[in-house]
Ligand binder design. Structure first.
Ligand code: 8OZ
Length: 373
Protein backbone atom coordinates (compact mmCIF):
# COMPACT_ATOMS: atom_id res chain seq x y z
CA UNK A 1 0.00 0.00 0.00
CA UNK A 2 3.03 2.29 -0.43
CA UNK A 3 2.27 5.68 -1.91
CA UNK A 4 3.29 7.46 -5.11
CA UNK A 5 1.81 10.65 -3.72
CA UNK A 6 3.52 12.89 -1.17
CA UNK A 7 2.35 11.64 2.21
CA UNK A 8 3.86 14.53 4.18
CA UNK A 9 1.85 17.08 2.20
CA UNK A 10 -1.45 15.45 3.14
CA UNK A 11 -3.42 16.30 6.25
CA UNK A 12 -4.56 12.67 6.60
CA UNK A 13 -1.86 12.29 9.24
CA UNK A 14 -2.72 15.55 11.02
CA UNK A 15 -5.16 16.08 13.91
CA UNK A 16 -8.81 16.70 13.07
CA UNK A 17 -11.83 17.89 15.02
CA UNK A 18 -14.82 15.55 15.00
CA UNK A 19 -17.60 17.16 16.97
CA UNK A 20 -15.97 18.23 20.22
CA UNK A 21 -13.23 15.58 19.97
CA UNK A 22 -9.75 16.12 18.57
CA UNK A 23 -8.49 12.98 16.86
CA UNK A 24 -4.76 12.50 16.28
CA UNK A 25 -5.27 11.90 12.56
CA UNK A 26 -7.95 11.27 9.94
CA UNK A 27 -7.31 7.53 9.76
CA UNK A 28 -10.06 5.38 11.23
CA UNK A 29 -10.02 1.70 12.07
CA UNK A 30 -13.13 0.17 10.54
CA UNK A 31 -15.54 -1.95 12.53
CA UNK A 32 -14.17 -5.48 12.11
CA UNK A 33 -16.03 -8.56 13.28
CA UNK A 34 -13.50 -10.89 14.92
CA UNK A 35 -15.88 -13.27 16.79
CA UNK A 36 -13.68 -13.55 19.84
CA UNK A 37 -15.93 -12.49 22.74
CA UNK A 38 -16.11 -14.65 25.87
CA UNK A 39 -19.12 -16.37 27.48
CA UNK A 40 -22.11 -14.04 27.80
CA UNK A 41 -20.79 -12.20 24.72
CA UNK A 42 -18.46 -10.30 27.05
CA UNK A 43 -15.18 -8.78 25.83
CA UNK A 44 -12.08 -9.56 27.89
CA UNK A 45 -8.42 -8.65 28.38
CA UNK A 46 -7.31 -10.12 25.05
CA UNK A 47 -9.81 -7.92 23.20
CA UNK A 48 -8.47 -4.94 25.17
CA UNK A 49 -4.93 -5.78 24.04
CA UNK A 50 -6.06 -6.01 20.42
CA UNK A 51 -7.71 -2.59 20.48
CA UNK A 52 -4.87 -0.98 22.47
CA UNK A 53 -2.37 -2.17 19.86
CA UNK A 54 -4.36 -0.27 17.21
CA UNK A 55 -4.93 2.94 19.21
CA UNK A 56 -2.72 5.09 16.97
CA UNK A 57 -5.69 5.25 14.58
CA UNK A 58 -7.34 8.66 14.97
CA UNK A 59 -10.54 6.79 15.80
CA UNK A 60 -11.34 3.12 16.33
CA UNK A 61 -14.85 1.94 15.57
CA UNK A 62 -15.49 -1.21 17.56
CA UNK A 63 -16.50 -4.43 15.91
CA UNK A 64 -20.26 -4.63 15.43
CA UNK A 65 -21.82 -5.14 18.85
CA UNK A 66 -25.36 -6.42 19.39
CA UNK A 67 -27.74 -4.13 21.28
CA UNK A 68 -29.81 -7.02 22.64
CA UNK A 69 -29.84 -10.83 22.61
CA UNK A 70 -32.31 -10.59 19.70
CA UNK A 71 -29.81 -8.47 17.75
CA UNK A 72 -27.24 -11.27 17.59
CA UNK A 73 -26.51 -13.05 14.33
CA UNK A 74 -23.10 -14.69 14.62
CA UNK A 75 -21.45 -16.87 17.25
CA UNK A 76 -18.98 -15.16 19.59
CA UNK A 77 -19.78 -11.52 18.75
CA UNK A 78 -19.82 -9.13 21.72
CA UNK A 79 -22.88 -7.39 23.14
CA UNK A 80 -23.43 -4.00 24.76
CA UNK A 81 -26.55 -4.48 26.87
CA UNK A 82 -25.57 -6.39 30.06
CA UNK A 83 -23.60 -5.23 33.10
CA UNK A 84 -20.95 -7.89 32.46
CA UNK A 85 -20.52 -6.62 28.89
CA UNK A 86 -20.16 -3.05 30.16
CA UNK A 87 -17.42 -4.21 32.56
CA UNK A 88 -15.67 -6.05 29.72
CA UNK A 89 -15.82 -3.04 27.41
CA UNK A 90 -14.37 -0.87 30.20
CA UNK A 91 -11.13 -2.84 29.81
CA UNK A 92 -11.13 -2.02 26.11
CA UNK A 93 -11.91 1.69 26.36
CA UNK A 94 -9.43 2.21 29.24
CA UNK A 95 -6.67 0.48 27.25
CA UNK A 96 -7.36 2.57 24.14
CA UNK A 97 -7.50 5.81 26.12
CA UNK A 98 -4.28 5.00 27.99
CA UNK A 99 -2.61 4.63 24.59
CA UNK A 100 -3.94 8.04 23.48
CA UNK A 101 -6.69 6.79 21.19
CA UNK A 102 -10.44 7.25 20.78
CA UNK A 103 -13.06 4.55 20.30
CA UNK A 104 -16.73 4.50 19.28
CA UNK A 105 -18.97 1.46 19.82
CA UNK A 106 -20.79 0.19 16.76
CA UNK A 107 -24.42 -0.56 17.64
CA UNK A 108 -25.87 -3.54 15.78
CA UNK A 109 -29.09 -5.44 15.31
CA UNK A 110 -28.84 -8.12 12.62
CA UNK A 111 -32.58 -8.62 12.00
CA UNK A 112 -33.05 -11.63 9.73
CA UNK A 113 -29.30 -12.33 9.42
CA UNK A 114 -29.44 -14.77 12.32
CA UNK A 115 -30.63 -18.24 13.25
CA UNK A 116 -32.82 -19.74 16.02
CA UNK A 117 -29.65 -21.31 17.50
CA UNK A 118 -28.36 -17.76 18.15
CA UNK A 119 -31.64 -16.52 19.62
CA UNK A 120 -33.02 -16.88 23.16
CA UNK A 121 -35.16 -20.01 23.49
CA UNK A 122 -34.55 -20.89 19.84
CA UNK A 123 -36.91 -18.14 18.66
CA UNK A 124 -37.13 -17.04 15.06
CA UNK A 125 -35.06 -13.97 14.15
CA UNK A 126 -37.15 -10.86 13.49
CA UNK A 127 -37.27 -8.57 10.46
CA UNK A 128 -39.52 -5.97 8.85
CA UNK A 129 -41.11 -8.72 6.74
CA UNK A 130 -41.01 -12.50 6.55
CA UNK A 131 -38.48 -12.59 3.71
CA UNK A 132 -35.66 -15.12 4.03
CA UNK A 133 -32.13 -14.15 3.08
CA UNK A 134 -30.12 -16.40 0.83
CA UNK A 135 -27.03 -17.57 2.64
CA UNK A 136 -25.92 -19.11 5.90
CA UNK A 137 -25.64 -18.06 9.51
CA UNK A 138 -22.43 -18.65 11.50
CA UNK A 139 -23.57 -20.53 14.62
CA UNK A 140 -21.61 -22.29 17.35
CA UNK A 141 -22.22 -25.58 15.54
CA UNK A 142 -21.10 -24.23 12.16
CA UNK A 143 -22.85 -22.65 9.18
CA UNK A 144 -26.62 -23.15 8.90
CA UNK A 145 -29.03 -21.82 6.27
CA UNK A 146 -30.92 -18.65 7.15
CA UNK A 147 -34.55 -19.18 8.14
CA UNK A 148 -37.62 -17.16 7.25
CA UNK A 149 -37.76 -14.44 9.93
CA UNK A 150 -40.84 -13.38 11.84
CA UNK A 151 -42.24 -10.04 10.69
CA UNK A 152 -42.28 -7.53 13.53
CA UNK A 153 -45.64 -6.24 14.74
CA UNK A 154 -45.89 -2.45 14.54
CA UNK A 155 -46.20 -2.32 18.34
CA UNK A 156 -42.89 -4.18 18.81
CA UNK A 157 -40.76 -1.65 16.98
CA UNK A 158 -40.63 0.91 19.80
CA UNK A 159 -39.05 -1.71 22.07
CA UNK A 160 -36.22 -2.23 19.58
CA UNK A 161 -35.66 1.53 19.39
CA UNK A 162 -35.54 1.45 23.20
CA UNK A 163 -32.91 -1.32 22.99
CA UNK A 164 -30.75 1.07 20.92
CA UNK A 165 -31.19 3.70 23.62
CA UNK A 166 -30.31 1.19 26.36
CA UNK A 167 -27.21 0.05 24.44
CA UNK A 168 -26.25 3.72 24.03
CA UNK A 169 -26.41 4.19 27.79
CA UNK A 170 -24.33 1.03 28.26
CA UNK A 171 -21.75 2.36 25.80
CA UNK A 172 -21.47 5.56 27.83
CA UNK A 173 -21.07 3.61 31.06
CA UNK A 174 -18.39 1.49 29.36
CA UNK A 175 -16.32 4.60 28.61
CA UNK A 176 -16.70 4.82 24.84
CA UNK A 177 -16.17 8.22 23.20
CA UNK A 178 -19.28 7.86 21.07
CA UNK A 179 -21.27 5.38 19.02
CA UNK A 180 -21.78 4.48 15.39
CA UNK A 181 -25.18 3.24 14.27
CA UNK A 182 -24.74 0.26 11.95
CA UNK A 183 -27.29 0.91 9.23
CA UNK A 184 -25.30 -0.91 6.52
CA UNK A 185 -24.71 -4.35 5.06
CA UNK A 186 -28.19 -5.79 5.06
CA UNK A 187 -28.84 -5.84 8.81
CA UNK A 188 -32.04 -4.72 10.56
CA UNK A 189 -31.96 -0.98 9.80
CA UNK A 190 -30.97 -1.68 6.18
CA UNK A 191 -33.77 -4.29 5.98
CA UNK A 192 -36.26 -1.56 6.91
CA UNK A 193 -34.75 0.86 4.39
CA UNK A 194 -34.96 -1.36 1.31
CA UNK A 195 -38.00 -2.34 -0.69
CA UNK A 196 -36.53 -5.82 -1.28
CA UNK A 197 -36.87 -6.70 2.41
CA UNK A 198 -39.49 -4.23 3.67
CA UNK A 199 -42.93 -5.25 2.37
CA UNK A 200 -44.81 -3.63 5.25
CA UNK A 201 -48.06 -1.74 4.86
CA UNK A 202 -47.89 0.17 8.16
CA UNK A 203 -46.10 3.49 8.75
CA UNK A 204 -42.69 1.71 8.57
CA UNK A 205 -43.19 0.42 5.01
CA UNK A 206 -44.16 1.42 1.49
CA UNK A 207 -42.92 4.89 0.62
CA UNK A 208 -39.31 5.97 1.09
CA UNK A 209 -40.52 8.34 3.81
CA UNK A 210 -41.98 5.38 5.68
CA UNK A 211 -39.02 3.04 5.11
CA UNK A 212 -36.53 5.54 6.61
CA UNK A 213 -38.74 6.01 9.71
CA UNK A 214 -37.13 3.23 11.76
CA UNK A 215 -33.60 4.48 10.98
CA UNK A 216 -34.55 8.02 12.00
CA UNK A 217 -36.23 6.83 15.20
CA UNK A 218 -33.03 4.98 16.09
CA UNK A 219 -30.91 8.07 15.33
CA UNK A 220 -33.24 10.20 17.49
CA UNK A 221 -33.02 7.72 20.39
CA UNK A 222 -29.24 7.38 20.23
CA UNK A 223 -28.54 11.11 19.85
CA UNK A 224 -30.84 11.72 22.82
CA UNK A 225 -28.39 9.71 24.94
CA UNK A 226 -25.11 10.90 23.45
CA UNK A 227 -25.73 14.27 21.86
CA UNK A 228 -25.42 14.29 18.07
CA UNK A 229 -21.72 15.20 17.86
CA UNK A 230 -20.79 11.82 19.38
CA UNK A 231 -22.90 9.77 16.98
CA UNK A 232 -21.99 8.57 13.50
CA UNK A 233 -23.93 6.37 11.09
CA UNK A 234 -22.73 3.77 8.63
CA UNK A 235 -24.53 3.16 5.34
CA UNK A 236 -23.80 0.82 2.44
CA UNK A 237 -26.13 2.21 -0.21
CA UNK A 238 -25.04 0.04 -3.16
CA UNK A 239 -23.77 -3.08 -1.40
CA UNK A 240 -25.73 -6.31 -1.92
CA UNK A 241 -24.14 -7.77 1.24
CA UNK A 242 -26.42 -10.17 3.08
CA UNK A 243 -28.78 -10.43 0.12
CA UNK A 244 -30.14 -6.90 0.40
CA UNK A 245 -31.71 -5.16 -2.61
CA UNK A 246 -33.55 -1.99 -3.46
CA UNK A 247 -35.19 -0.69 -6.62
CA UNK A 248 -33.93 2.90 -6.18
CA UNK A 249 -30.84 3.28 -3.98
CA UNK A 250 -30.23 6.88 -5.06
CA UNK A 251 -33.81 7.98 -4.29
CA UNK A 252 -33.69 6.18 -0.94
CA UNK A 253 -30.29 7.28 0.31
CA UNK A 254 -30.40 10.85 -0.96
CA UNK A 255 -33.67 11.24 0.97
CA UNK A 256 -32.22 9.57 4.06
CA UNK A 257 -29.13 11.79 4.06
CA UNK A 258 -31.33 14.88 3.73
CA UNK A 259 -33.25 13.74 6.83
CA UNK A 260 -30.04 12.95 8.73
CA UNK A 261 -28.98 16.58 8.26
CA UNK A 262 -31.58 17.53 10.88
CA UNK A 263 -29.50 15.86 13.61
CA UNK A 264 -25.98 17.31 13.19
CA UNK A 265 -24.24 13.93 13.45
CA UNK A 266 -20.48 13.56 13.94
CA UNK A 267 -20.05 11.89 10.56
CA UNK A 268 -21.58 9.90 7.73
CA UNK A 269 -19.67 6.67 7.09
CA UNK A 270 -20.22 5.09 3.67
CA UNK A 271 -19.20 1.72 2.33
CA UNK A 272 -18.48 2.69 -1.27
CA UNK A 273 -19.33 -0.33 -3.43
CA UNK A 274 -19.89 -3.96 -2.47
CA UNK A 275 -18.63 -4.46 1.11
CA UNK A 276 -15.09 -5.96 1.08
CA UNK A 277 -15.65 -7.26 -2.48
CA UNK A 278 -15.34 -4.34 -4.91
CA UNK A 279 -15.46 -0.58 -5.29
CA UNK A 280 -17.78 -0.80 -8.30
CA UNK A 281 -20.72 1.59 -8.06
CA UNK A 282 -23.79 1.03 -10.26
CA UNK A 283 -24.92 3.65 -12.72
CA UNK A 284 -27.23 6.22 -11.18
CA UNK A 285 -25.44 6.35 -7.84
CA UNK A 286 -22.76 8.92 -7.01
CA UNK A 287 -20.99 9.01 -3.64
CA UNK A 288 -19.55 12.47 -4.31
CA UNK A 289 -23.11 13.76 -4.75
CA UNK A 290 -24.23 11.99 -1.59
CA UNK A 291 -21.37 13.52 0.33
CA UNK A 292 -22.27 16.95 -1.01
CA UNK A 293 -25.82 16.47 0.31
CA UNK A 294 -24.56 15.67 3.81
CA UNK A 295 -23.86 18.59 6.13
CA UNK A 296 -21.07 17.10 8.22
CA UNK A 297 -17.92 15.02 7.98
CA UNK A 298 -17.76 12.22 5.41
CA UNK A 299 -15.92 9.01 6.26
CA UNK A 300 -15.08 6.83 3.28
CA UNK A 301 -14.55 3.10 3.40
CA UNK A 302 -14.13 -0.01 1.28
CA UNK A 303 -11.04 -1.16 -0.55
CA UNK A 304 -9.13 2.09 -0.23
CA UNK A 305 -5.36 2.09 -0.72
CA UNK A 306 -3.27 4.89 0.70
CA UNK A 307 -2.94 6.40 -2.78
CA UNK A 308 -6.70 6.34 -3.31
CA UNK A 309 -7.19 7.98 0.07
CA UNK A 310 -4.58 10.67 -0.58
CA UNK A 311 -6.12 11.44 -3.95
CA UNK A 312 -9.67 11.53 -2.55
CA UNK A 313 -8.57 13.83 0.26
CA UNK A 314 -6.72 16.13 -2.15
CA UNK A 315 -9.86 16.39 -4.27
CA UNK A 316 -11.91 17.26 -1.19
CA UNK A 317 -14.02 14.10 -1.50
CA UNK A 318 -13.42 12.72 1.99
CA UNK A 319 -12.83 14.01 5.53
CA UNK A 320 -11.93 10.75 7.23
CA UNK A 321 -10.61 7.50 5.76
CA UNK A 322 -11.55 4.16 7.21
CA UNK A 323 -9.30 1.13 6.70
CA UNK A 324 -10.49 -2.33 7.67
CA UNK A 325 -8.51 -5.32 6.51
CA UNK A 326 -5.12 -3.51 6.66
CA UNK A 327 -5.61 -3.01 10.42
CA UNK A 328 -5.88 -6.78 11.02
CA UNK A 329 -2.18 -7.58 10.61
CA UNK A 330 -0.76 -4.07 11.02
CA UNK A 331 -1.50 -2.73 14.49
CA UNK A 332 0.72 0.27 13.69
CA UNK A 333 -0.95 0.89 10.34
CA UNK A 334 -0.80 4.68 10.70
CA UNK A 335 3.00 4.66 11.16
CA UNK A 336 3.46 2.14 8.35
CA UNK A 337 1.46 4.29 5.94
CA UNK A 338 3.18 7.50 7.04
CA UNK A 339 6.64 5.95 6.62
CA UNK A 340 6.04 3.78 3.59
CA UNK A 341 6.81 0.62 5.58
CA UNK A 342 5.56 -2.69 4.16
CA UNK A 343 2.19 -4.07 5.20
CA UNK A 344 1.52 -7.56 6.50
CA UNK A 345 -1.55 -9.53 5.38
CA UNK A 346 -3.75 -11.54 7.70
CA UNK A 347 -4.78 -14.91 6.23
CA UNK A 348 -8.56 -15.29 6.03
CA UNK A 349 -8.43 -18.22 8.49
CA UNK A 350 -7.46 -15.75 11.23
CA UNK A 351 -10.27 -13.24 10.65
CA UNK A 352 -13.08 -14.78 12.69
CA UNK A 353 -13.10 -16.89 15.83
CA UNK A 354 -10.39 -18.32 18.02
CA UNK A 355 -9.74 -17.77 21.69
CA UNK A 356 -6.01 -17.06 21.85
CA UNK A 357 -3.53 -14.48 20.68
CA UNK A 358 -2.76 -16.32 17.46
CA UNK A 359 -3.73 -14.35 14.39
CA UNK A 360 -5.21 -11.67 16.65
CA UNK A 361 -2.82 -9.89 18.99
CA UNK A 362 0.42 -11.52 17.80
CA UNK A 363 0.94 -9.24 14.78
CA UNK A 364 4.02 -7.17 15.65
CA UNK A 365 4.52 -3.50 15.01
CA UNK A 366 6.94 -2.81 12.16
CA UNK A 367 9.76 -1.55 14.39
CA UNK A 368 9.52 -4.64 16.59
CA UNK A 369 9.42 -6.78 13.46
CA UNK A 370 12.54 -5.13 12.07
CA UNK A 371 14.38 -5.42 15.41
CA UNK A 372 13.58 -9.13 15.59
CA UNK A 373 14.80 -9.79 12.03
C1 8OZ B 1 -18.19 -9.97 8.39
C2 8OZ B 1 -18.54 -11.04 9.18
C3 8OZ B 1 -19.50 -10.89 10.15
C4 8OZ B 1 -20.13 -9.68 10.31
C5 8OZ B 1 -20.81 -6.45 8.54
C6 8OZ B 1 -20.76 -6.86 10.92
O1 8OZ B 1 -20.84 -6.94 7.43
C7 8OZ B 1 -20.46 -7.29 9.71
C8 8OZ B 1 -19.79 -8.60 9.52
C9 8OZ B 1 -18.82 -8.75 8.56
O2 8OZ B 1 -21.10 -5.27 8.75
Amino acid sequence: MGSDLPVAASDLFQPVRVGDLTLANRIVMAPLTRARAGPGDVPGPLNATYYRQRASAGLIISEATQISPQGKGYAFTPGIYSDAQVEGWKLVTAAVHAAGGHIFAQLWHVGRISHPDLQENGRLPVAPSAVRANGQAFTESGFQPFVTPRALETEEIAAIVADYAHASVCARRAGFDGVEIHAANGYLIDQFLRDGTNLRSDRYGGSIENRVRFALEVVAAVTEVWGPSRVGIRLAPVSPANDIADSDPWGLFSHLVGELNRFGLAYLHCVEGHTTVSRAVPEGFDFARLRALFRGLYMANNGYTLDLALAARRQGLIDLICFGRPFLANPDLVARLANGWPLAEAPRATWYGGSGAEGYTDWPAHAADAAAA
